[in-house]
Structures are given as C-alpha cells and as structure tokens.
Design a protein around this ligand. Structure first.
Ligand code: ATP
Ligand code: MG
Length: 464
C-alpha cells in the first residue's frame, strides 16, 4: 500500500522534515518536503499527492488553512495532521474539518506507517465507492433508458414526478418492457439513492419461504430455523424494496403485506417483537391486478393500497418509433461486448424489425440483436431472419418504395421482393415446390436455384 505512495510532508522544523522523509523513503514512499503553507500549495498545484502530512502550528499560516485548501481543491488527497502533545484540541478541530487522521509528536516510525497505510486504504475505498456510485447511476439513470416516443416520454415524466416522494409505485407492463429498469431508475433518482435497493421476486418462492424471506424469522420458528433471520423489509431499511411479480403473492402473505404497508411495523415469522422499518415499496407485475381482484385471487384492499401511483409501460409494438434507436443502442452495446465492428442494417432489415410484433418486448429485441451482431461477423446486415408468424404489419405487401431502398440498391431491394414472393408461394403450397413453381410461373429447377441463391430456409416458412 505504501510503496510508491506520493506523500507531501509540511513542517517548519527542518529536523522533523528530515526524520520523516528518511522513514518514509525507507518504506519506499515518494516524498516531497515543504517548510510552509505557501510552499506546500505550490507543490500541490504542480502535481497530485496521495497523502499530505502536515504540522498544525506553523509560524506563517497554520496547517488548518492548508487543510481547508486541500479539502476544497484536492479532495482526493488525504490529510494527516501532526500536533504537539499539549495541543490535542487542534487535532480534534482538524478531524472535524476533514482531516482523515492525526498523530502526536514526536512521531514514531511504526505509528506513522500504520496511519499512512490506513489513510491510503480509506482513500482507495472512497474511490471505489465513488466509481461504483457513478456506474450505478449511469446504469439506472435515464441515460440507459432508450426511447423518445410519446408513450416513453410520458413514462419518464411519471418517474420524474414520483421518484423523490415516498409514494408507493406500481409498475405494470408485459414481460420484457423494462419494469425492473424503471424500478431502479426510481430508486436511484430518489432521496434514498444512497440507501439499499433490495429486490424480491415474489413469484420465485413457495408461500412459507416467501413469508420469511420478506419478514424474516426468529430462531426456532420452524424446523431448520437455527438462527434469527433478517427479512428483506429489514434489509431495505432506509432504502427501497422492489417487490417484483407482486401478482404472484399468495393470500396469506397479502394480508401481512397490507399490514406492513399500513403501519410500517411487522413481526418476524415466529416472533412477537414488533419491528419498525422505513422502506419505500415499489412493485411490478405483468398481470392485470384489477381483474385478479374481480376473480378473487388478489385482495381488493391491498390492490387499492398498491395502486396509488401506477406507471404503465407500453409494449414495444405500441411504440415502434423507438425500435431504430433501440436497435442502434444494442448494436453498439453488443459490438463492444463481443469485440465486433458495429454492423449497418439495410432499410429492409430495419423495416422487418419495425414490423415484428415483439411479444417478448425489449428483452426479445435485445437478445435478437446480440445474435444479429454475432452472425453479422463485422459485416453488414441485409436481411434479418425473424419468425414470419410474428409479423403483424407488412406495409403494402411486397410493395416497395424508393425511400425503402437501402445500402444494397435496386438489386438488393428486388431480391427482397423475390424472396417474399417465393416464401409466400411456398407457404400457400404447403411446402410443395412443384406447386409453388407453377404459381410463380417458373420451372421447378429455376425455383430451386432461386431458393438457394436467396438462402431461403425451412424456418422462413410458416405453415398454418
Ligand atoms: N427503455 C429501454 N432501453 C434500453 N433497454 C431497455 C429498456 N427497457 C428495457 N430494457 C432492457 O430490456 C431487458 C428487460 O428489461 P426488464 O428486466 O426491466 O423487463 P421486465 O419488464 O422486468 O421483464 P419481466 O416481466 O420479464 O421481468 C433488460 O435487459 C433491460 O435492460
Ligand atoms: Mg422483471
């Protein structure tokens, strides 16, 4: 840790400077020396230091002023102050002002090295924390949420409106529409952002386990409960609790959940001591809870409690304008991840992607684009192979407009039309090539040749 750490020693007493520098150099630190605050500031301006070791009482300008300057302009530099035995009070003041540690003169070598090691370790941790925070914010800020369509702008507006309140949020949306992403965005844009964000998948656990997962249990409350166990509600104290697939929770747990949401107080399974927590709950479901209430599988009182602020995420097929942006985003992401060049998609390929129904929404598109980037192997993508049955809109049949002609030019566009007609003919003939050839007015061998040239495969044809 200490090896090649950059340390700046500031003391007006030459003997002290010399002694410290000898010890620090033995520990393989890179040491610079200053005899005044002015000199120290000059050195700091020239290059950064890991640790500043400064005397508090110096004739011209005290070490406290230096501490203030460093906190303000070089927040990454740790400050350790040195004081005489008689002025421990100064040390306390310095600690309050942001020094990371103090040492009493005369400075002992072992103590000094221990202390510097500690200062450097906290600095490393601090840096790591700052970096992690930044990564998390980048991941869950709006930066990574792609989409500028009207419905998505509405969603952003709702996130913005609710994030910094303590209101319960219920997120609705089909599978893969981004419910989890939005739950995180709400947490990281709230005042609880520095608190924990704990997620529970309510659909993944059987009834009894879910109960102790959420509320914890006391020792001996059931066979196998050998220790007291903290539930997710306790773990999320001071932060947010994300209850994913809330529609799946069984009735007994629904009752308990309602009680916590109303009072903020609960007891662990098998316990009597009330536990109080400060938790903001965010839930998500792909079910229509109102319907579940009507059929009696979901408690009406819980539903009304949860439904304070409802964010509905539209399925991808209702915001096709966002598809080109998402495609570009995923091309870039997966090209980077897999070390490939970003492929360029032809207009025809993009049209196919925009026409697809995407029942698995963004998740399906994301996986599809990862595959496409890999298959493209750094080349361009002229056509994409989507399962035909999922295409809900095919604007104008095989009709093609000049605006649709992409990088491949007319020959490529004509190939697309030919391909479409052959697939349709094969489909209608139930896969019998002789019949398809007759419908197309060509010989069977000619059809065969074209199938090969256009790389039409069985998967491209859906029967039904
Ligand atoms: N607007 C968006 N921009 C970019 N990526 C998105 C967007 N929405 C979702 N994704 C990505 O799509 C994938 C699925 O999102 P997420 O897991 O949040 O969906 P979900 O609604 O929770 O799905 P499920 O109901 O199946 O749990 C994730 O990889 C997520 O990062
Ligand atoms: Mg999810």
């Amino acid at each position: 840790m200490l090896k090649s750490a950059r340390v700046l020693v500031v003391d007006d007493d030459r003997a002290v400077r010399t002694a410290l520098s000898v010890n620090l150099r033995k520990a393989e630190c890179e040491v610079s020396l200053a005899s005044s605050v002015a000199e120290a500031l000059q050195l700091l301006r020239e290059s950064p230091f890991d640790v500043l070791l400064t005397d508090v009482n110096m004739p011209e300008g005290s070490g406290m002023r230096l501490l203030d300057e460093v906190r303000q302009h070089w927040p990454d530099t740790r400050v350790v102050v040195m004081t005489g035995f008689g002025s421990v009070k100064d040390a306390v003041t310095a600690m309050k002002a942001g020094a990371s540690d103090y040492i009493i003169k005369p400075v002992e070598r072992d103590e000094l090295l221990l202390l510097l090691g500690r200062a450097l370790a906290t600095r490393a941790l601090q840096r790591e924390l700052t970096q992690l925070r930044q990564e998390v914010t980048e991941k869950y800020g709006f930066a990574n949420m792609i989409g500028i369509s009207r419905p998505m702008r509405d969603v952003y507006g709702q996130i913005e409106a609710v994030a910094d309140s303590n209101a319960l949020v219920l997120i609705n949306g089909e599978t893969g529409t981004g419910k989890e992403l939005i739950a995180h965005a709400i947490h990281y844009r709230s005042r609880r952002a520095h608190g924990p964000m704990v997620a529970v998948n309510c659909g993944a656990l059987p009834e009894t386990l879910l109960e102790s997962e959420l509320f914890g249990h006391e020792r001996g409350s059931f066979t196998g409960a050998t220790r007291q166990h903290q539930g997710k509600f306790e773990q999320a104290d001071g932060g947010s609790l994300f209850l994913d697939e809330i529609g799946e929770i069984p009735p007994s747990v629904q009752v308990r959940l309602l009680r916590v949401l109303e009072g903020g107080v609960f007891t662990r399974v098998g316990g009597e001591i009330p536990v109080k927590v400060d938790v903001r709950v965010i839930c998500a479901t792909n079910r229509d809870l109102r319907k579940e209430v009507q059929t009696g599988t979901f408690r009406a009182d819980l539903y009304y409690r949860l439904n304070v602020f409802n964010i509905k995420i539209p399925p991808l097929r209702e915001r096709r304008d966002d598809i080109p942006l998402l495609v570009a985003h995923f091309c870039k992401k997966f090209a980077e991840r897999h070390g490939r060049r970003e492929p360029t998609l032809s207009a025809a390929a993009m049209r196919e992607l925009q026409a697809h129904a995407w029942p698995g929404n963004i998740r399906e598109l994301e996986h599809f684009m990862e595959r496409t980037v890999l298959l493209a192997a750094g080349g361009d993508v002229a056509i994409v192979h989507l399962p035909d049955s999922d295409i809900v809109e095919r604007p104008g049949g095989v009709g093609i407009r000049i605006a649709d002609i992409g990088a491949g030019g007319l020959p490529f566009a004509l190939d697309q039309v030919e391909r479409r007609l052959i697939i349709d003919a094969l489909q209608e003939s139930g896969g019998v090539q002789a019949h398809a050839a007759r419908a197309l007015g060509i010989s069977r061998s000619n059809l065969n040749y074209r199938i090969g040239r256009l790389n039409i495969r069985m998967q491209d044809i859906t029967f039904g």
